[in-house]
Design a protein around this ligand. Structure first.
Ligand code: CA
Length: 234
């Protein structure tokens, strides 16, 4: 059976934690277990990342400078971002726990905790998350709904061929990463690059003519001599 890029992608986790020692420890541990990890040190940065990238789980510290974890969570849920959230806190008051759940947290872990327990909670949220199936990938005003097989820019539907849709989904799943033509050919076409060196470029040009050309904000960028990256550049 043909491989789909969806099953090959790495799980992406956002850690919002202001204590550098803790965030570095969690990041290293998660990466050793095969996850891709982004870290934000303030609630503000965390919300921004969560709104502009797709994550499989968000780890959210309650006590953050500026916007606290509760405030961040409320904002995300209000915007319809349903990514599972694991709350981290030093406080173990029942009141806090109840408040976290009321606001839409999916799980709650009290510091200090063992990494093995943290990892088990993450895995359990991932299982629940995939059952609930959050299949919408977003970057700025670009949205790809994998379940409905629909791509939108702003509120305008993009008329993509199945291959272009698959290519765009793959790029968006790995947004912010530079992807080589070889990797794209392998993942999207299931072929070796050598067999048709022009294939990726041709499709990429067509995709950009639909996704980027009619719009002011360009999201697909060429990285000279390497490949492509999908991201917002200011
Ligand atoms: Ca903190």
């Amino acid at each position: 059976m043909r491989k789909t890029p969806i099953s090959l992608r790495l799980m992406k986790i956002l850690v919002v934690e202001d204590e550098h020692k803790t965030s570095a420890y969690l990041k290293r541990g998660l990466e050793e277990n095969g996850f891709v990890v982004d870290v934000a040190e303030t609630g503000e940065d965390g919300s921004h990342l969560a709104e502009t990238h797709s994550y499989d789980v968000i780890v959210l510290d309650v006590l953050l400078p500026g916007r606290d974890g509760w405030n961040v969570l409320t904002g995300l849920r209000r915007r319809g971002i349903e990514t599972p959230v694991l709350f981290l806190t030093a406080r173990d008051a029942v009141r806090d726990r109840v408040k976290g759940f009321e606001l839409g947290a999916d799980d709650y872990l009290v510091k200090p905790f063992a990494f093995s327990e943290f990892l088990a909670r993450i895995r359990s949220l991932l299982r629940r998350g995939s059952a609930r199936q959050s299949t919408v990938l977003r970057l700025e005003d670009l949205e790809v709904d994998l379940a409905r097989h629909r791509a939108l820019r702003g509120s305008r539907p993009l008329d993509l061929t199945p291959k272009e849709f698959q290519l765009l989904s793959f790029l968006l799943q790995r947004s912010g990463e530079v992807l080589s033509r070889t990797l794209i050919a392998e993942q999207v076409w299931d072929i070796n690059f050598e067999s048709d060196s022009n294939l990726v470029e041709v499709h990429m040009r067509r995709l950009r003519s639909k996704v980027d050309d009619p719009f002011e904000l360009k999201l697909i960028h060429t990285v000279r001599g390497v490949g492509y990256v999908v991201e917002k550049r200011t």
